[in-house]
Design a protein around this ligand. Structure first.
Ligand code: ZN
Ligand code: ZN
Length: 351
């Protein structure tokens, strides 16, 4: 018994699932369904709407199935390979003795048990060389397989079971020896399903390369679009912030000078001079100015100038740099920095 099969078998299996899903999607929305939501629409229009929904649904299914195809097939193959490996490498428990003659028994066959959400296990069948009964069976973990007698679900007494095996059905009837309760279980035999005459045709429709490509391109566009919309939404949510960003005065260096000089002079800071800007990734403009107010101490002079600059530049994209201003012999020095990129301005304002 070998679990792992040729890749083509897995492709076929996957395509069968895709075809089934798409066949369903194609008919998912009916005109009657549309009627409930679009009451005042004429019949023709409703048919068109139903078709549009279904086409979209098919398109999405085709694309989704395609995008997971490789991964799923690889997973299936890996699982089957693991079953095979486990089956081949499982060790049979040793020193199993015949219950009749106490001789060592030998392994006559082994079976793999695959269970949902539980690890695989292998059951080894043991026989005595003298064909004694009972035969014995052990799992690879050493646990002995025991036949469990069926018990009555009502009173737990032993039941008599009669099996009836027909071509279409496997039927088992258990009658309780104590209370007379009868339990019947039936399992329909999987009769070979009739061939699917439209499979290859539908497979060509739903598993074709061009349709999948279109879907993948479209999804990429959709992701990009989502990113743009998210940014837009962020702007709407922070409308006030972005409004202030828009309102901020963006000044050229000469405009900055023209703004500051008269305001400084009013407060007795004269001869404002800008030096050559330091241009790296930011633009920084050093400046000097002279304090002419009698008796203003250096500390107070610095403090006043800083306050003045802060107030004046508040609604512009310029700021005094954090090293502040220095005072020497009545001359004050400082550096001004401009914020040009929108994201920097947003940061500046939301501080
Ligand atoms: Zn024996
Ligand atoms: Zn009973």
């Amino acid at each position: 018994m070998k679990y792992l099969k040729e890749r083509q078998e897995y492709i076929d299996r996957y395509d069968r699932v895709t075809v089934e899903k798409c066949r369903w999607a194609e008919k998912a929305v009916t005109t009657d369904f549309v009627k409930k939501y679009a009451k005042d629409t004429d019949e023709k229009e409703m048919n068109r709407m139903a078709d549009a929904f279904n086409n979209l649904q098919v398109w999405i299914t085709v694309g989704e199935m395609y995008s997971k195809k490789e991964e799923t097939i690889n997973k299936w193959m890996k699982e089957d390979e693991d079953h095979d490996r486990f089956f081949e490498t499982a060790k049979a428990p040793i020193n199993i003795k015949c219950l009749t003659c106490s001789r060592d028994m030998f392994v006559s066959s082994k079976h793999l048990e695959t269970r949902l959400n539980k690890p695989d296990r292998v059951l080894f069948m043991y026989d005595c060389t003298l064909d004694h009964i009972p035969r014995r069976a052990f799992y690879d973990n050493g646990e002995e397989w025991k036949y469990k007698k069926p018990l009555c679900v009502k009173c737990s007494a032993l039941v008599d079971r009669v099996d009836d095996d027909t071509e279409k059905m496997w039927k088992s009837t258990s009658t309780c020896s104590n209370c007379g309760h009868i339990e019947v279980s039936e399992i329909e035999r999987t009769v070979n399903k009739p061939a699917d005459p439209n499979f290859e045709k539908d497979r060509a429709r739903f598993c074709s390369e061009t349709e999948r490509r279109k879907y993948i391109d479209w999804m990429r566009t959709a992701h990009e679009l989502t990113a743009i919309l998210d940014k837009q939404k962020e702007k709407e949510n922070n409308k006030e912030l972005y409004d202030s960003v828009a309102k901020l005065k963006r000044l050229k260096i000469i405009e900055l000078e023209q703004l500051l000089a008269p305001i400084f002079e009013k407060e007795n800071y004269i001869k404002l001079q800008f030096k050559d800007p330091e241009i790296t990734k930011d633009v920084i403009v050093p400046f000097t100015v002279h304090d002419t107010k009698q008796g203003r101490e250096d500390r107070i002079s610095c403090h006043d100038l800083q306050k003045l600059i802060k107030r004046t530049l508040e609604d512009t994209n310029w700021r005094l740099m954090s090293d502040g201003v220095n005072y020497r012999l009545g001359m004050l020095e400082g550096r001004l920095k401009v914020y040009e990129r929108e994201e920097d301005i947003v940061k500046l304002i939301s501080r």
